[in-house]
Design a protein around this ligand. Structure first.
Ligand code: PNW
Length: 464
């Protein structure tokens, strides 16, 4: 796998998200988001960690851009905090100025800005008005998008509407392990729809206000495998594929929900929140489809008798994110595992990219997240040896190359993450960065993986 060369112009980037790195939660007119509320609610996050300070990127952004320039990155994927730039539905100029400086700083360093409009930080006032289960939230998202796309426009190379709407809908409103922590299955499906609708509305805004920019969305598509070759297990795969993947790919790429999804969930909701024209609105053509890949999923049909595994890796909630699929069981998988407990299987990366290529041959693809949390070893001299992360990245980058060899049109790869950061419900306990954050001093230290990634970006080939 060493020595593999990537196509000329292949983009090497890194990714972060606003609430996970910025801190400065009350600075310069920022209003609370659902993640402020959730992380400040006792018992919701590990060690009661919050994003109040995080990596303090809001104040250290210039230093972080210098790290990216030294890494030789071609692109940086970050997210814009809605409650920072549009609190209460009004433009907050100081918040807009922060992202304007960030974008200019990237351009000065020759790094393409890839901006995500929504990486999970819904303004709390909109959750108080019902959140993603209500249609009005999608309309408010369109207004916010118009404001910030109007302000930054074509300086942003790629506008991404949403990061992982799967997480927002099912972890936020069904299992409750993410903000706002609700456990209402029907509401989760309404959230799915309003996220799809909001994607289409914002996509149209991008087309109109930033015609030279590229448009994308990032999905955490699941690679789902059956426990056996039985018809029942194949049907379990089909059902989870509908909830996890086709609930978004259907409207966004094909302009319609899959019929089996509506039938499978008929006992949960009648989908009457879908209005005429919504599915077509969601299907705004994408310049690039962003794919986040970490792990695989193993399912079987549950016989109703044997003990369940429920090893779906989505936390300790008593509530399943898999709305209406009580008769599907999630099985533990062979290791090795990352510190998240997620199994490591690079073959899933190749499989996923080839599936997307087969189903949508003309759709350019981008890996917008891939990476791993491990307990890094810090030596007395301050070096951070993260061999397991280097190995994880090497094998997954190689798996991307294997998909390209077999025809997939993959344009780039973004490592998650540039910095250690607030890993949602797991707080600061799980570290995904290629740069270590000392949370006492907020100093940044390159891990071995950062040096390795620097060579990859410089040579456009897998280092030995
Ligand atoms: C993604 N799951 O989150 C996010 O886009 C990042 O913000 C996050 O830090 C990263 O992956 C690592 O977790 C996910 O439970 C969170 O399946 C949870 C799941 C998937 C992705």
């Amino acid at each position: 796998m060493t020595g593999r060369v990537f196509p000329p112009g292949f983009l090497w980037g890194s990714a972060t998200a606003a609430y996970q790195i910025e801190g400065a939660a009350r600075a310069d007119g920022r209003a609370p988001s659902i993640w402020d509320t959730y992380s400040h609610t006792p018992g919701r996050t590990l060690n009661s960690d919050t994003g109040d300070v995080a990596a303090d990127h809001y104040h250290r952004w210039a230093e972080d851009l210098d790290h990216m320039a030294r890494l030789g990155l071609g692109a940086y994927r970050f997210s814009i905090s809605w409650p920072r730039v549009f609190p209460g539905g009004r433009r907050n100029q100081r918040g807009v100025d922060f992202y304007s400086r960030l974008v200019d700083g990237l351009l000065e360093r020759g790094i393409r800005p890839v901006a995500t409009l929504y990486h999970w930080d819904l303004p709390q006032e909109l959750e108080d008005a019902g959140g993603w289960p209500v249609r009005d939230t999608a309309l408010r998202f369109g207004e916010y998008a118009a404001e910030i796309v109007g302000a930054l426009g074509d300086r942003v190379h790629t506008w991404t509407t949403f990061n992982e709407p799967w997480c927002s809908a099912y972890l936020g409103y069904a299992s409750g392990v993410h903000a706002p922590g609700r456990t209402e299955p029907a509401a989760a499906l309404a959230a799915v729809h309003h996220l799809n609708l909001a994607h289409g509305l914002a996509g149209r805004v991008v087309r109109e206000l930033a015609p030279a920019a590229e448009l994308s969305v990032t999905l955490n598509l699941h690679v789902i495998r059956p426990a056996s070759g039985s018809d029942a297990d194949a049907d379990a795969v089909r059902r989870i594929d509908a909830l996890a993947n086709r609930a978004f790919l259907g409207p966004m790429l094909d302009g319609a929900y899959p019929a089996d999804l509506l039938a499978d969930t008929a006992k949960v909701t009648d989908w009457s929140f879908v209005r005429d024209g919504d599915e077509r609105t969601a299907a705004v053509p994408l310049d690039v489809l962003g794919v986040n890949y970490y792990s695989t999923t193993l399912v079987r049909a549950w016989d109703g008798v044997s003990p369940r595994s429920d090893a779906d890796g989505h936390g300790r909630s008593a509530h399943s994110p898999w709305v209406g699929a009580q008769d599907v069981d999630f099985l533990p998988q062979p290791g090795p595992y990352t510190a998240m407990g997620w199994n490591i299987d690079p073959s899933g990366m190749t499989e996923l990219l080839l599936r997307l290529h087969a189903e949508h041959p003309d759709q350019p693809l981008m890996i917008t997240e891939n990476g791993a949390a491990f307990d890094d070893v810090v030596t007395p001299d301050g070096a951070v040896h993260d061999d397991r992360r280097v190995d994880y990245l090497r094998r997954h980058v190689d798996a991307v190359g294997a998909a390209i060899d077999r025809g997939a049109d993959v344009r780039g790869y973004f490592v998650w993450s540039l910095l250690d950061n607030f890993e949602w419900a797991y707080g600061y306990d799980r570290r995904f960065g290629i740069i270590r954050i000392d949370y006492d001093t907020l100093t940044r230290t390159w891990k071995d993986s950062a040096h390795w990634y620097q060579r990859l970006a410089a040579t456009n080939a897998l280092p030995d």
